[in-house]
Design a protein around this ligand. Structure first.
Ligand code: PMV
Length: 337
């Protein structure tokens, strides 16, 4: 913004900062692999459901007196890696706004972070929105999504509510109109381990791309699975949605298993839960599983079957807790930090 003096930029900065909330999302058609590592662009299309039950609240305040960015995650100072990722996003915002001030950032999840459930999606979507607001900028959702995507591809999808699509190579996500499906369906999450995940998604996918002999097969299968899933969703054909969802996660994990070193995110409970899901389905229930870069199992079911699925998953030995979630809304600014 060369036409603005620094003083004009600083005058637009709300002194109290900004607070934003974003929900996590689970991909039904998975993203795994980067087309452009530098720009962090996805190699395959993905489609997710934003989840009401998992959210992050992030506060950002640009402070003329701060000497460095100060980042607190769930009440504790962020480790160096996480703090650097937060500063990289803030740097993009500062560069666009023409603002030199460092920021104070706090971010809190309303779900157990130590459980290893993905928090980067909701975290970076909330951070993008809060940082823009705190810098006095007001961007349309696609631009917010692109900003979040540069830090975490899955975060691009958390800017929107309901079902959300992100095309291969795309900068930003977009809502995938399927409001009826979003209100009819539930995601039931079986937490099968406590503690953070062992191999982060970026490291995991770069290793897979580099070494898995199945990566090219995944790269050509993923768009077909995505197209099938989107068509099934648009037609309200939930069994087809579930079949495509399981196919997506199994293809993704098969690709990871064939990497060197092998990337095995599952534990015995992961397989115990997937077996239970298949038994439930054989007995007439609507239940389909999906797993991400961790051992937890997310089960897609219908609203009126969610309680039964919850009880069944809670009874699987080794399952620590079960969270039932409806579709969540878009990320939102909530005002002053
Ligand atoms: O964007 P990241 O680094 O959070 O990677 C997400 C990868 C998966 O969760 C496994 C799949 C997905 O599409 O969310």
């Amino acid at each position: 913004m060369p036409s603005l003096t620094n003083a004009a930029v600083e005058a637009r900065v709300p002194p109290a900062g900004c607070r934003a909330v974003a929900h996590s999302n689970i991909a039904l058609a998975k993203y795994w692999g980067k087309r452009d590592i530098e720009r962090n662009l996805p190699d395959v299309p993905s489609l997710s459901l934003t989840l009401a039950a998992l959210s992050t609240t992030t506060r950002v305040r640009f402070d003329p007196d701060a000497r460095a960015d100060e980042v607190t995650l769930n009440g504790a100072p962020a480790d160096a890696g996480a703090a650097a990722k937060v500063s990289a996003l803030l740097d993009r915002v500062r560069a666009t706004a023409g603002l030199g001030w460092r920021a104070r950032v706090t971010s809190d999840n309303d779900f157990p972070t130590a459980s290893g459930l993905a928090s980067s999606a909701s975290g970076f979507a909330a951070l993008a929105l809060a940082a823009l607001g705190a810098a006095g900028l007001s961007w349309a959702p696609p631009a917010v999504s692109a900003l979040a995507r540069a830090s975490s591809v899955s975060a691009a999808r958390s800017v929107f509510g309901g079902f959300v699509a992100l095309e291969a190579g795309a900068s930003e996500a977009a809502p995938a109109a399927a409001a009826e499906a979003a209100s009819a369906l539930r995601m039931v999450i079986a937490v099968t381990e406590t503690g953070p995940k062992k191999v982060g998604s970026t490291q995991g996918m770069l290793g897979t791309q580099r070494t898995s002999p199945y990566y090219e097969a995944w790269r050509s299968a993923a768009p077909r699975i995505y197209t099938e899933l989107r068509a099934a969703l648009a037609g309200g054909e939930f069994e087809r949605v579930g079949d495509a969802m399981e196919h997506s996660t199994l293809c993704m994990h098969a690709t990871m298993l064939a990497a060197t070193p092998a990337l095995i995110y599952w534990n015995p409970q992961t397989l115990a839960v997937t077996s239970r899901v298949r038994e439930l389905r054989a007995s007439g229930a609507f239940a389909y599983f999906t797993m991400d870069a961790g051992p937890h199992v997310k089960v897609l079911t219908l609203a009126d079957q969610a309680e039964r699925v919850r009880r069944e998953l809670e009874a699987v030995p080794g399952v620590h807790r079960v969270i039932v979630s409806a579709a969540g809304g878009a990320a939102r600014l909530e005002g002053a930090a």
